[in-house]
Design a protein. Structure first.
Length: 399
C-alpha cells in the first residue's frame, strides 16, 4: 500500500510538472522532395516520438475528439511510447483527455451500449495503474458491470452493439474493443478469474463463426441472418475486410499474452492464430509488403494496400513469433509488412509526420463499398496501429 501511495504521489508530481512543459517545436524537416514531401531513412528517426509529437502539435487533449475507439487506440499507442521514453508530456496529455469525461467521484457519462464505446476504457486502467486514483477504477468498473447485462448471441458472443441495427451481430472489430480491456482490467483489479475466461471465450466464439476455410476471417456474422449483408445460409458477411481482421489479430495476441498457459481455450486460440497467420502470409502483397483493403482480392486493379491493417498484422505476426505462438519465420513476414508501412510515412516541410492510405471508419459491406472508402492521411485508426506496431518492431531497424 505504501508503494502505491508513493507511486501516486510521484506520478501526480510528474503530471503537474508536465503541464508546465511546452510542446517542442515540430521536428526539423528532411530535404524536401518534389511536391514538398520527403521520406527519411527508416533507421535515422524515432518514428514513434515523431508521430506523437506531430499529433500533439496538431491537437490538444480537448480538440483531439470525443470519447471514441479511434482516439482511444491512438492514445493507447502514445502510452506505449511513454512507457519506453518516460516523457511526462505524453502521460499528462492522456490524463487531460480522460479527465474531460471522468468526474472526481469516478462517474463517467457513457452508457457503454456498444463494444466500440468500451475500447477507450483501457485508458482508465492505465491511469489507475499510473496514478493510483480510485476514480479511474470506478469509471472502469462501469464497463465491467455493463457486460453482466450486455446482450449476447446464443453461444455467448457479445453483440457489436445493443441496438436493433446491430442485434445478433458479431463484428471482428469488436474483439479488440473489449477483450484487451478485460484482461488488463482483471490484472489491475484482481478480477482475472472472470476476465481471462470471458476474453478467451469471446475470441473463440468470434473465431469459430468468422474464420473460414482459407484461414481469413469475414468481417461480421449475423446469427439472425436478417442483415442486408448476411449470407442467408451462413449469416456471414461477404468479404475479408483487412482492418476487421487486424482488430481480431491484435486482440488475439494481447489476450494470449495475458491468459495462463493452462487456460481451457488457449489451444483453440492458438490454432485460430496459426491458421490466420498462414493466410496472411499467403495474401501479403509481394511488391509492397502491405496487405490489401479486401485481403484476398489483391489481383483486382481497383484494390489498394491499406496502412492500418498492415500495421496490425505486422504487430501481431511479430509478437506471435516472439512469444512462440507462431513459427519464427513469421518475424520475416512481419518485417516486410513493417517496412511497407514505413514507406507510407513521410515528413513535410512543416516538420510533421504524415501517414497515408488509411481507410476511414467502415461498416459491413460488399467489395465495391470497401474499395470506395476514403484513403485518409493521419486518421487515428492508422496512427494508433502504427504506434503499436512500431513499439514492437522498431528495434529491428535501430539495433
Amino acid at each position: 500500500m505504501r508503494r502505491r501511495h508513493l507511486r501516486a504521489a510521484l506520478t501526480a508530481a510528474t503530471l503537474a510538472t508536465a503541464t508546465l512543459v511546452a510542446l517542442p517545436a515540430a521536428v526539423p524537416p528532411a530535404t524536401a522532395a518534389p511536391g514538398g514531401r520527403a521520406v527519411r531513412p527508416a533507421a535515422t528517426r524515432d518514428w514513434s516520438s515523431a508521430v506523437v509529437d506531430s499529433t500533439m502539435a496538431r491537437y490538444t487533449p480537448t480538440t483531439i475528439g470525443g470519447w471514441s475507439y479511434p482516439v482511444g487506440l491512438y492514445l493507447y499507442g502514445q502510452y506505449l511510447v511513454y512507457r519506453r521514453t518516460h516523457d511526462p508530456r505524453l502521460l499528462s496529455y492522456i490524463k487531460s483527455y480522460v479527465d474531460r469525461f471522468v468526474s472526481s467521484d469516478g462517474s463517467i457519462d457513457q452508457s457503454f451500449n456498444s463494444l466500440d464505446s468500451m475500447q477507450a476504457g483501457r485508458l482508465l486502467v492505465i491511469l489507475h495503474h499510473e496514478t493510483g486514483q480510485d476514480r479511474y477504477r470506478r469509471a472502469a468498473q462501469k464497463i465491467r458491470d455493463r457486460l453482466s447485462s450486455y446482450p449476447r448471441t446464443s453461444d455467448g458472443g457479445f453483440w457489436h452493439a445493443d441496438t436493433s441495427s446491430r442485434a445478433h451481430q458479431l463484428w471482428a472489430d469488436g474483439t479488440y474493443m473489449v477483450n484487451p480491456f478485460l484482461v488488463e482490467y482483471g490484472e489491475e483489479f484482481h478480477d482475472s478469474a472472470y476476465t481471462n475466461e470471458e476474453a478467451a471465450r469471446q475470441l473463440y466464439v468470434y473465431g469459430h463463426h468468422l474464420q473460414v476455410a482459407d484461414g481469413l476471417l469475414r468481417h461480421a456474422y449475423d446469427e439472425s441472418k436478417s442483415a442486408s449483408w448476411a449470407d442467408p445460409a451462413t449469416g456471414l458477411a461477404p468479404e475479408h475486410w483487412c482492418r476487421a481482421v487486424g482488430w481480431y489479430a491484435m486482440a488475439l495476441t494481447d489476450v494470449l499474452d495475458a491468459i495462463p498457459a493452462n487456460q481451457s481455450q488457449r489451444p483453440r486460440l492458438l490454432l485460430i492464430f496459426r491458421t490466420l497467420a498462414a493466410a496472411l502470409e499467403k495474401y501479403q502483397d509481394p511488391a509492397s509488403g502491405r496487405w490489401f483493403q479486401v485481403i484476398d482480392k489483391g489481383g483486382r486493379t481497383d484494390n489498394w494496400t491499406e496502412t492500418s491493417c498492415s500495421s496490425m498484422f505486422a504487430y501481431a505476426l511479430d509478437r506471435g513469433a516472439q512469444k512462440g505462438y507462431l513459427d519464427p519465420h513469421f518475424k520475416a513476414v512481419a518485417r516486410r509488412g513493417y517496412q511497407g508501412v514505413l514507406a507510407r510515412l513521410s515528413v513535410g516541410t512543416d516538420g510533421r509526420t504524415d501517414l497515408a492510405d488509411i481507410s476511414v471508419g467502415t461498416n459491413v459491406g460488399d467489395y465495391a463499398y470497401y474499395i470506395a472508402r476514403t484513403r485518409a492521411t493521419n486518421d487515428f485508426h492508422g496512427l494508433g496501429a502504427f504506434l503499436v506496431m512500431n513499439e514492437q518492431l522498431r528495434g529491428d531497424l535501430v539495433s
